[in-house]
Design a protein around this ligand. Sequence first.
Ligand code: AHR
Length: 325
Amino acid sequence: MKRFISMLLVSVLCLSLAACGDTSSTKSTKNEKLVLGFAQIGQESGWRDAETADIQWYAARNTDTVELHFADAQQDPENQIKAIRSFIDMGVDVIAFAPVIETGWEEVLTECKNANIPVILVDRGIDSGIDDSLYTTMIASDHVWAGEQAAIVMKDLIGNNGVVVELEGTIGASATIQREKGFDDYIAANCPNIQIAARQSGDFTRDQGRDVMASLLASNDHIDGVFAHNDDMALGAIEAIKEAGLKPGEDIKVVSVDGVKSAFEAVLNGELNCTVECTPLLAQQIFDTAFALKDGQTVDKWIVSDDDIYTTDKVTQDIIDGRTY
Ligand code: AHR
């Protein structure tokens, strides 16, 4: 129900923002307001809904200076490419998007460059083989760092010895590739007695996290720990572990990434051992950066989020009550 209400809210905001920002008004107000086109991935996780809400609320509160054109790509990179092309046609000042996967962006980003429209990558990156002059900056967490921190916590939780499985995010997404790299490289270099027995994608969704964990429990005799690439999959895995008659957080240690409120609640009740933060509250930085770019200023190539690590000893009811997402 909560998810339905938040989707409804997003749709209503999209419609109202679209209504006050049709193509003709864009052309006539382009040089007065900051016109930003944002192509969102979709609604795969609570984290993503929080990021969308943050961006849309910022725009709704600043209609005197900002005009937002928002597109929901429903997890399909082709839809993001179409949205980016429509933003170019509208003549927006800046384009921002969260790339679903790392690859396939050269052509459309070249079109942005030819149209002199700066591009901000949001929360995920693109393949390092792509000419980096095709985008202006990236505002995102350090996903390799997050994977490493998850590995360090996992090592301590299982006494540097045991069998771990990995619930991967969307295949081909930078958040998946880099979290996996950080985790796997740390384990390979420091934990000869930890075996990563399986890696399988749950596409960053709670339902798939539950289903994949259920099948991993059925096909592995013994699992000591699970590293989920995001909180939603970890929460799904917790359901599967309970359905298998085991205690999440005790019989099987669970570590994930994001730091959404429902994950903090699971940490407080002992079912999730740790969540490594990846903040979705990027709107202020996105719009500040877009204003600077519209103004012709130079910005850093990577604006890195300041994230934290939340283990059971750190999470309190006060922290949960203060969390907005
Ligand atoms: O790119 C960030 C990731 O995408 C978040 O960790 C995840 O929850 C989201 O879907």
